[in-house]
Design a protein. Structure first.
Length: 207
């Protein structure tokens, strides 16, 4: 049964990934990406990597994809202009995709030789995947984790700085300048003599 479920989820995953790059609507492409993430999480659950599956669902499906859908539906994107030249560059893109797949296969092939893996400590085997992953990250990979955190912080600051750029067509108010304003700078009192209209000639006699 696990093998049948694995092939079922894998087929749906490949179909969803293919539809992500071939769908004409960006909203449909984002929804197919959600489907691909869901099937990838199911495959990880079959491989007993429940922590990765939960993180994929919570972070990507629950947060990143919602942001993608929000941006896609809020922006007026000209899909026709974006898709221009798609089939022209498809052979080169396919070749690059095949090369990347072969490189990933060469890297991951070493992980399938389970017989060559060193025996696991029985005490560590009782901790569970999530706790073991936390121990590995915060002991052996602490410095790479800190570097990744700094890079993410720099990316957040850069994104905020890009959104706070001044635009010529926007009107902004400086609160500090408004608070420092005095009455003499905003109000001027003018003393003007009273003006009374004189009655026209013959108006008083006629009345």
């Amino acid at each position: 049964m696990p093998s049948v479920l694995f092939y079922l989820f894998a087929i749906v995953l490949l179909f969803a990934a293919f539809r992500v790059i071939t769908a004409r609507s960006t909203v449909h492409a984002a929804l197919y990406l959600v489907l691909a993430f869901g099937n990838a999480a199911a495959i990880w659950m079959l491989l007993q990597a429940e922590f990765l599956a939960i993180v994929l669902v919570l972070v990507y499906v629950g947060a990143v994809m919602v942001l993608f859908l929000f941006v896609v539906m809020m922006l007026d994107i000209d899909v026709a202009s974006v898709r221009e030249g798609f089939w022209k560059h498809f052979p080169l893109a396919g070749l690059i995709g095949v090369l990347i797949a072969l490189e990933m296969a060469l890297v991951l092939m070493g992980g399938f030789h389970l017989s060559e893996a060193p025996p696991l400590d029985p005490a560590l085997a009782k901790l569970g995947n999530s706790k073991l992953l936390g121990i590995e990250i915060y002991t052996r990979y602490l410095y790479p984790l800190q570097i990744a955190a700094v890079l993410l912080l720099v990316a957040i600051i850069a994104a905020i700085a890009l959104t706070l750029r001044r635009r010529k067509d926007s009107r902004q108010l400086d609160v500090g300048v408004q608070l420092r304003a005095r009455k003499s700078q905003r109000l001027r009192l003018l003393k003007m003599p009273a003006v009374v209209d004189k009655p026209a000639a013959g108006e008083g006699a006629g009345s």
